[in-house]
Design a protein around this ligand. Structure first.
Ligand code: SF4
Length: 438
């Protein structure tokens, strides 16, 4: 009984996929990377923005072909696409046998068995989905790096974001369960633990006062000083000084601050429903750089948000020039009728938004190159990840997060994947680095 799963979207969705695969393997299914030989095909979808919705639908239609050309007898769609579009998506995708929403990942075995108890589109309230158990079997895609989800859902309600509707209210995971999982992952040989949630810096606010994020980070960092701990998806409203100090204090916690700002103009932030100002952001990044001088800053911003004027955009542009982020991603606002922001006036024409996106990205390319050039001649610890061809390895430094940041190239034939190696940096590019073994 062979099964093929495609996981789309974010790291949180990937963890859900890995846990579903664990349940299916425990139920006796074998996994295959080749969809043509699979009896069951699962697509764990994303619907965060329009591009993600299109990618999910294209992937489903592509894989549905194996119901005629392959062995596939059951196509199962899970996650954010059915959760967002509900009966509408059921009508538009007759190829699909069953849809599971974000509150039903724990029903995956029933779904692939085609158990009668499940309706074709099963969408229980995501708030009721049991939190991940410490011993949950995960079939992980990487042996040396692992994401750890510390909370579900989101308690903030940014006007352009559908996630609270898809993933429910903010629920922190049990502190002990997270530590136990981290310990297991380290024992299994993982060299990098990446802490994720929709908003990691709100961790513990819904639990009793003794549990907070800095305490959690300390406990995870103490498991092994030879393992990197990286925190992603911080929020400017909820990151507090204790977290900044904890990251600065521990050598094995990457001095890497991922804090999406989305914009800096106070009038745009107000329309986005984000409760901070440009001055708050200046103070925050100044405090981080003062507390952790060797820190690396990552952020993202949205351009073309309804009503965004040239002046408001210029404020964002000037801020990016002032702060000089190490990593900076720009998204063009993605409109949809089910978003609060859809009702705002003065939507920005797509070509204007695209121009603003390109201006910012070209400015950031210069900033990123200049930031990378400071590493030339330095010896950095690099986690070896791939060997794409003879005499070439690819790895990441502690300031290069997977999937979103640049990588480091090393010409060698002698290195081992999943190991840290000291590399002398010889070249710097806009986003990537190159080096040699010392
Ligand atoms: S904090 Fe993030 S996940 Fe939550 S509503 Fe805002 S953008 Fe969405």
């Amino acid at each position: 009984m062979k099964l093929h799963l495609v996981s789309l979207g974010c790291a949180k969705n990937l963890i859900d996929s890995e846990i579903m695969l664990g349940c299916l393997v425990d139920a006796g299914w074998a996994l295959t990377d080749n969809p043509s030989e699979a009896e069951i095909i699962i697509v764990n979808t994303c619907s965060f923005i329009e591009a993600a919705v299109n990618e999910s639908i294209d992937t489903i239609l592509e894989l549905a072909k194996f119901k005629t050309s392959g062995f596939c007898r059951h196509l199962v769609i899970t996650g954010c696409l059915p959760e967002r579009f509900r009966e509408e998506i059921v009508r538009s995708l007759p190829e699909v046998d069953i849809f599971l929403g974000t509150g039903a990942f724990d029903r995956i075995v029933q779904a692939v068995k085609g158990s009668p108890g499940l309706s074709k589109c099963f969408l229980p309230n995501p708030d009721l989905l049991p939190m991940q158990h410490r011993d949950a079997h995960r079939v992980r895609i990487s042996s040396h790096m692992a994401y750890i989800k510390i909370a579900e859902g989101c308690g903030k309600h940014c006007t352009y974001c559908i996630i609270p509707k898809l993933r429910g209210k903010y629920r922190s995971r049990n502190h002990e369960d997270i530590i136990a999982e981290a310990r297991c992952l380290v024992l299994s040989g993982v060299k990098e633990l990446i802490i994720v949630a929709q908003d990691t810096t709100s961790y513990g606010n819904d639990l009793n006062k003794s549990v907070d994020l800095s305490g959690l980070l300390e406990s995870i960092s103490d498991i092994s000083k030879d393992v990197w701990v990286r925190l992603l998806y911080g929020h400017p409203e909820s990151i507090d000084e204790s977290v900044i100090k904890t990251i600065a204090k521990h050598d094995n916690i990457c001095s890497y601050f991922d804090i999406p700002i989305q914009h800096v103009s106070s009038s745009v932030l107000k329309r986005m429903g984000r409760k901070y100002t440009r001055d708050d952001l200046y103070r925050l990044f100044e405090k981080i750089r003062k507390t952790a001088p060797d820190c690396v800053l990552r952020t993202t911003a949205i351009v073309g948000f309804p009503g965004e004027t040239d002046e408001e955009f210029q404020q964002l542009f000037d801020f990016v020039e002032d702060i000089c982020f190490d990593h900076f991603g720009v998204f063009i606002y993605s409109d949809s009728e089910d978003l609060l922001s859809h009702r705002l006036s003065s939507h920005v024409p797509k070509n204007t938004a695209k121009k603003r996106h390109d201006w910012l990205m070209s400015r950031q390319a210069d900033i990123s190159l200049k930031n990378n050039q400071k590493y030339i001649g330095r010896v950095l610890r690099v986690l070896m990840e791939e060997k794409p061809k003879n005499n070439l390895f690819i790895g990441r430094t502690c300031f290069q997060a997977p999937e979103v940041d640049g990588i480091t190239y090393i010409n060698s034939n002698q290195l081992q994947l999943g190991r840290f190696v000291d590399i002398k940096i010889t070249d710097a590019f806009e986003y990537d680095l190159a080096g040699k073994t010392v």
